[in-house]
Design a protein around this ligand. Structure first.
Ligand SMILES: *Cc1c(COP(=O)(O)O)cnc(C)c1O
Length: 389
């Protein structure tokens, strides 16, 4: 019994997925096992030097030592708008259609506070990044789960959502390129969602954290490229995965100006923005040559190819991802997600994420992250050859 009784919203929560995996990993590590960590989605590569140098310079500038502006540094929001124009040919007003975030997770977690009253409904995909579901739950909101299944290319089966739920819904979360399934969505799919949102009057929150991590030259679209996209959607972006900046805590939301203002109002009552010097480094990241991003893609693409070739030799089935740094692997017949992840850890010293940790429809899969060098992936595959399930 804890001395101070926790609020119901905390009591209702399962332990944060990655905290639980960290605990099991520490147990195996304590036994002296050389762990190969394909668990958490944090790139092993360093932030490119020109971005680090921009921070060093900005950190020494006393103009940046004060409270940041609530909506973000004007120059950062303008850099995001330039990036959207260049990359997606989408026009954004940096003053009203862009807001700086302390990492996109922060914005995603705060958005439901702006729109969800107790008992309101949100449409949430599963398996998924756990933050959508938890953030809605924290507001007392109900969730209609949209199952992502392999038969549907891990896209929500839209006609299956009851019309009544669509009418009740105030918010829909989607995420493409997708974590954990590595699926991508095209503009046709976004268009379908946009017209549903227009008709049933809900806000679409698109998490585009992996938009720049694509392979084989196929650049995924922005939801805002959809005609009318800006009328119904807010899109979350992050510098974390694109520029190996997970620790820096810098991201943004763009799109519908009412949604941006509502999120800004929540934030101004909770946080005081991202360090201006980090925003200055973010400007350097967005405005400089994007060669470092192209190099990153090649590194992950090579790792993907090594892993997929090895998995197929081992008789394990996985779709070849065209984006993200994840591989979503089907467990062999009769083996559960937890059973497979547990065996990989105890027999091979390999950390993976059990698919059901992202929601019940993820049962029967495990996720591997391509966040270790290719030779370590080879080593993991060699160990897996001796795996007995
Ligand atoms: C990594 C990740 C994020 C969070 O990125 P930050 O900008 O670092 O907060 C958001 N969504 C998904 C799906 C992610 O995997």
């Amino acid at each position: 019994m804890e001395r101070f009784e926790r609020a119901d919203r905390l009591k209702a929560l399962p332990p944060y997925l990655f905290a639980e995996i960290d605990r099991k990993k520490a147990e195996v590590k304590a036994k002296g096992v050389d762990i190969i960590d394909l668990g958490v989605g944090d790139p092993d590569l360093p932030t490119p030097p020109h971005i680090v140098e921009a921070l060093q310079k900005a950190a020494a500038d006393s103009r940046y030592h004060h409270y940041p502006s609530y909506s973000g540094l004007k120059a950062f929001n303008e850099a995001v708008a330039r990036f959207y124009k260049r990359r997606f040919d989408v026009d954004l007003d940096p003053a009203t259609e862009v807001i700086t975030l302390i990492g996109s997770k922060e914005g995603i977690a705060h958005l439901p506070l702006a729109y969800i009253n107790p008992g309101d409904l949100a449409l949430v995909p599963s398996p998924a990044y756990p933050v959508y579901d938890v953030a809605v739950a924290f507001c007392g909101g109900e969730r209609h789960v949209m199952d992502l299944t392999e038969e549907h290319g891990f896209l929500p089966d839209l006609p299956k959502i009851p019309a009544q739920q669509l009418d009740r819904a105030k918010l829909m979360f989607i995420n493409y390129p997708n974590n954990p399934t590595a699926a991508t969505a095209d503009l046709h799919f976004f268009k379908e969602i946009a017209s549903m949102a227009e008709w049933h009057n809900f806000l679409v929150a698109h998490d585009a954290a992996y938009s720049e991590l694509f392979f084989d030259g196929e650049a995924p679209p922005s939801f805002l490229q959809t005609p009318g996209g800006k009328d119904v959607a807010i899109e979350f972006g992050s510098l974390s995965k694109t520029y190996n900046m997970t620790g820096w805590r810098i991201g943004y939301a763009v799109g519908n100006k009412d949604a941006i203002a509502a999120l800004g109002k929540v934030k101004s009552n909770i946080d005081s923005g991202a360090f201006d010097a980090v925003q200055a480094a973010g400007i350097a990241a967005l405005d400089s040559s994007q060669d470092c991003v192209a190099e990153n893609r090649l590194v992950f693409q090579e790792r993907r190819d090594v892993l997929l070739a090895g998995l197929s030799k081992l008789g394990l089935s996985a779709r070849k991802p065209t984006a993200t740094f994840y591989v979503w692997i089907k467990t062999p017949e009769g083996v559960s997600s937890a059973g497979m992840a547990g065996a990989l850890l105890s027999q091979c010293g390999i950390v993976t994420t059990p698919g059901n940790g992202f929601g019940a429809p993820g049962e029967g899969y495990i996720r591997m992250a391509l966040t270790v060098p290719a030779p370590r992936i080879e080593e993991a595959l060699a160990r897996m050859a001796k795996l007995s399930l």
